[in-house]
Design a protein. Sequence first.
Length: 593
Amino acid sequence: MDIFGILTLIGGLALFLYGMSVMGGSLEKLSGGKLEMILERLTSNPIKAVLLGAGVTAVIQSSSATTVMVVGFVNSGIMKLSQAIGIIMGANVGTTITSWILSLTGIQGESIIVKFFKPSSFSPILALIGIILYMAGKNDRKKNIGEILLGFAVLMFGMETMSNSVKPLAEVPEFVNILTMFSNPVLGVIVGAILTAVIQSSSASVGILQALSVTGAFTYGSVIPIIMGQNIGTCVTAMISSLGGNKSAKRTAIVHLYFNIIGAVFFMVVYYGLNAIVHFGFANEVVGAAGIALIHSVFNIITTLVLLPFTKVLEKLAYLTIPASEDEKEPVEDEEFLILDNRFLKTPGFAIEQCRNLANNMAELSRECFIKSMHTLTQYTKEEAEEVIALENRIDIYEDKISVYLTKLSSYNLAYQDSQNVSTLLHCITDLERISDHAVNIVESAQEMVKKDLHFSRKAQEEMQIYSSAVEDILDRAVNSFIHTDEKQALLVEPLEEVIDGLNKSVKKRHIKRLRKGKCTIELGLILSDIATNYERVADHCSNIAVCLIQIQDTELEAHRYVNHLREGEDVTFEKQVELFEEKYHLSKEKEK
């Protein structure tokens, strides 16, 4: 093998690893975080957890990605260690699908049907379809499917290139002698573990082994320890991922390591023990790509079946290795924000969902904060005023944590829809935080009135009660539409905001009339004006939230143009809604006397 053959081998390996990365990444994008959410919610029993772990890994083609995600779940408290063990077992089974796909390169035969199933025949077709979808696709889904097909074609082309480049080595005695050294079980395990640890993918390392198998230098007996080592080496990714996590995350990674080590030891003891007695005839037979895939599958399936009843034992081993400390028993400060785990950034769809869950909590707190602040205007208590201020401080923390995480997420290569969702959340949490700021302003006005023993006139109280009801209504509609992504509720916010603008002007205008008649003081007037202005601005923030949600459904919608279009009277439905809200929240004429 000359220098050009080595360069071809390196190029094939690079294409193989790149194709695997592109295909896996695009599969994750296509899932949009749904697979991870399924993992999060449906792990009530070990068998179900194993099946889910296998299914998700088979889809995203990476046991390392699944395991790292599970480490993140446990670290953030979404999942318990006992639930994670089943998923880790399933991930090992799911990753064997990749080796079976790669074994297609070893198909032999002269018939047209057999030739068509060879990757060298169908990969160009997939590449053509993929590039058309990627370049001409008008939405993210089509582009992602195109990337998956392109990634698969590049993966298979790299595999073929590697296989073809190493075929001449079958005639080189020195190379064959090196490979036969791996028949030593200990050396084989070490080599397999190191190779997988370096490239951090058992699927990729098994693929490389399948490519090398075309030399005919590997036997079933020599590849078994290598495959055992590859399963141990894949634990490195989870171990590295757990370094920045809490003790629960580290225990999850340790369970993954124990599972593969115990499985490898068990499998090798049984295999070599039986071989010493029975003398397996296949042990010295040359193994091909399909044979390697078979060993990989048999090992992982048997290991899972054997160790599944002992999940509690694995859990105890993890706790013996990393004992529980007193700190773990104490409640963690800001525990709810642990779901904003940096490990989830690599799966944007799921990371966005975690942000959305927290943003929903923030929306509820903002609503509660402002409603409590309005209550202090009529029935002031020091305790409730302090609650409003405490809620506002809590909401500030929410806004800070979520916005920092979303900013980190936006630096990744996001799909268009994910990018839109990040932008929407950033805008909405800013408006929610501003609402809580206005709540504090209301409380300060209430405190000033109590301190100076000031009271609104009966007419002013009646007007402000109507105004408050309208603001509470728009706040409910905006928050509910945000939490439930309810476009129908969102469409009702803007007409109500229009009515609130009118109420704001009317309340201030009527106060001026009372001031001129000497029925109100300037000091009370200033307080009333501040309250009315805060109400009106809260309605504006509700409008902003609603428009953001409407834009999710209509990506071509431009916020200011949409609002201006409505207010110019060009939308009949909008005008009818305005009339209905005006009837509901009108200031009666007799109150102006």
